[in-house]
Design a protein around this ligand. Structure first.
Ligand code: GCO
Length: 253
């Protein structure tokens, strides 16, 4: 069996009814995993699940709000009741808010931190509670270029993604001895709905293409290889790392 084969494993990807999460979810399914679609919108989750089933993949649906502690706890209790073992967790759910800090309310700040950082802790905690006794688990947190560097007007997103980098190391510190590998992926500027305003802004589009050695935006599917690697036995001795899939942007001035 290939090192990268996920047959027999079950993967939950939060925020996976579209965007980067959808691409990684499908990639894990193509590598043999049973996948669990998650999102807050039940309709969108069901639509995505149907699309993946039509391609022959094994799919569960779990529409819950990762920012609501009780909903996450209830979701994992439901997985237990249905005999679903989450072997692989990708904490992907996230939102963006582009606004200068001096114009931002504390509620706006908290919403981004809750969705992009705290949710990874809560969902990771519930997954790890089940992974630890099994002696196996893969946790993959989705960071960003802003896990390393800042850009004006995206402060809460940046603070959250910086936190993701060190939360990943904290997970490795506490869970590695139990056979769990916790790592992160840092996507560069990707072609997603969240980045639509940036893609349509000629000046920003030119800046990304000029600032990125690969001279282009990334495609969500270009995260799949790294996601499958970190979800598979090929990475059993990799822990606490963040792998940037950014066309080289962070490697150069
Ligand atoms: C922005 C973008 C970025 C990208 C990505 C870069 O407004 O600068 O949304 O944050 O989405 O996170 O790695």
């Amino acid at each position: 069996m290939s090192l990268f084969d996920l047959t027999g494993r079950t993967a939950l990807v939060t925020g996976s009814s579209r965007g980067l999460g959808r691409a990684m979810l499908e990639g894990l399914a193509e590598a043999g995993a049973t996948v669990i679609v998650n999102g807050v919108n039940k309709e969108r989750v069901s639509t995505t699940a149907a699309e993946l089933r039509a391609k022959g993949h094994k799919v569960h649906e779990a529409a819950f709000d990762v920012t609501d502690d009780a909903s996450v706890v209830a979701a994992f209790n439901q997985f237990d009741a249905e005999g679903i073992d989450v072997d692989i967790l990708i904490n992907n759910a996230g939102i963006q808010l582009r606004k200068p800090m001096v114009e931002m309310s504390t509620d706006e700040w908290n919403k981004v931190i809750d969705t992009n950082l705290t949710s990874a802790f809560v969902t990771g905690r519930e997954a790890a509670k089940r992974m630890i006794p099994r002696g196996y688990g893969k946790v993959i947190n989705i960071g960003s270029l802003t896990s390393e560097v800042a850009r004006a007007t995206v402060a809460p997103y940046t603070a959250a993604k910086g936190g993701i980098k060190l939360l990943t190391r904290s997970m490795a510190a506490e869970w590695a001895a139990s056979g769990i590998q916790a790592n992160a992926i840092g996507p560069g500027y990707m072609i997603t709905e969240m980045n639509k305003a940036l893609l349509e802004n000629e000046a920003f589009d030119s800046w990304v293409k000029g600032r990125t050695p690969s001279a282009r935006w990334g495609h969500p599917k270009e995260l799949v290889g790294t996601a499958v690697y970190l979800a598979s036995s090929a990475s059993n001795y990799v822990n606490g790392q963040i792998i940037y899939v950014d066309g080289g942007m962070l490697a150069v001035l």
